[in-house]
Design a protein around this ligand. Structure first.
Ligand code: BV8
Length: 247
């Protein structure tokens, strides 16, 4: 079920404090695989087998091979037109802060002024023994798999692994933005992972409208206060922003 682009554009143009909440589907058209889609990472592996502290301790080589492949692939991808549309919308409307579950850094690279990374990022890695010691995660550090701290212990990527609590400050900021926005664009997320998936529900509870952009229906589709645009972020978002402010 998909609502009209015209109505969605009118709601976006009228919003005073829009916020975006994005997941792996936002990066699909930049060439980064989703987690649970047909080509998703989790198709071959189970989340617990890769993105967990237990997995890093049990089998650091497999986990780091996966993260290293993702990091090196990240170097070759670019933010697509949907990212740039969110940046442009921010120029018309309150900066349009972005809350993301993604660790690929593409929103910041596209130029979004405020990006709240709920699940950390692939920019750095920390020592599993001296946890406060962190290092830029780059090709050089990946010369050895798993990369090691000078103390000899294995490093871990500074992403939030399954079973780990989310960092407090980003989650607090995300809930604050959800509570104060009048419109939340929910783009490219299956709404499966908690507590991140609480964020759009908080926006709805506080009276905001939600505009979902996804190629598939999710638990949000059809909920009161939710409009759904069925289609890829890289196509829908530029059309939406064009219609809201340019036509
Ligand atoms: C926590 C970082 C508690 C790493 C990620 C058992 C044990 C422990 C915990 C749990 C458990 N059972 C449940 C839990 C809770 C667990 C959870 O939610 N599990 C799920 C799977 C059921 N959560 C946690 O473990 C969290 N921590 O609960 O801690 C705690 C508290 C106090 C003290 C101690 C512990 C931590 C969760 C964070 C995990 N880290 N990522 C990394 O990236 O490697 S999660 C991972 O999933 C990514 O961040 C990803 O972004 C996120 C969510 O997935 P989506 O983004 O939605 O992506 P997905 O592929 O699922 O969907 C893509 C969507 O896009 C689809 O809807 C598709 O239709 C759409 N799409 C596709 N193409 C397009 C598109 N849309 C638009 N355009 C397109 N072109």
């Amino acid at each position: 079920m998909s609502d009209g682009l015209e109505r969605a554009a009118a709601v976006l143009a009228a919003s005073r404090r829009p916020v975006a909440f994005t997941g792996a589907g936002m990066s699909k058209e930049s060439g980064i695989r989703t987690f649970r889609g047909e080509d998703g990472y989790w198709r071959q592996y189970r989340a617990e087998d890769l993105a967990s502290l237990e997995a890093i301790r049990r089998d650091p080589r497999t986990v780091w091979t996966w993260y290293s492949q993702r990091l090196l692939h990240n170097e070759s991808v670019q933010p697509h037109a949907g990212y740039l549309a969110l940046v442009e919308a921010g120029e018309y409307a309150d900066g349009l802060p972005v809350i993301t579950q993604n660790v690929d850094g593409l929103h910041a690279r596209a130029g979004s002024r405020e990006v709240v990374e709920l699940h950390g990022s692939l920019r750095s890695a920390s020592c599993t023994r001296e946890v406060s010691r962190s290092f830029p995660l780059n090709r050089e550090l990946l010369g050895e798999i798993p990369p090691r701290c000078p103390c000899g212990a294995a490093l871990r990527p500074d992403v939030v692994l399954f079973g780990e609590p989310l960092p407090a400050a980003p989650m607090e900021r995300a809930l604050e933005l959800a509570a104060s926005c009048d419109l939340m664009l929910v783009v490219g997320t299956s709404m499966v992972v908690y507590p991140a998936a609480m964020v759009p529900y908080r926006a709805l509870e506080e009276g905001a409208e939600v505009l979902e952009v996804n190629t598939e229906p999710t638990v949000l589709t059809g909920e009161p206060g939710v409009m759904s645009l069925r289609g890829p972020a890289g196509g829908v978002l530029p059309e939406l922003v064009d219609m809201a402010w340019r036509s």
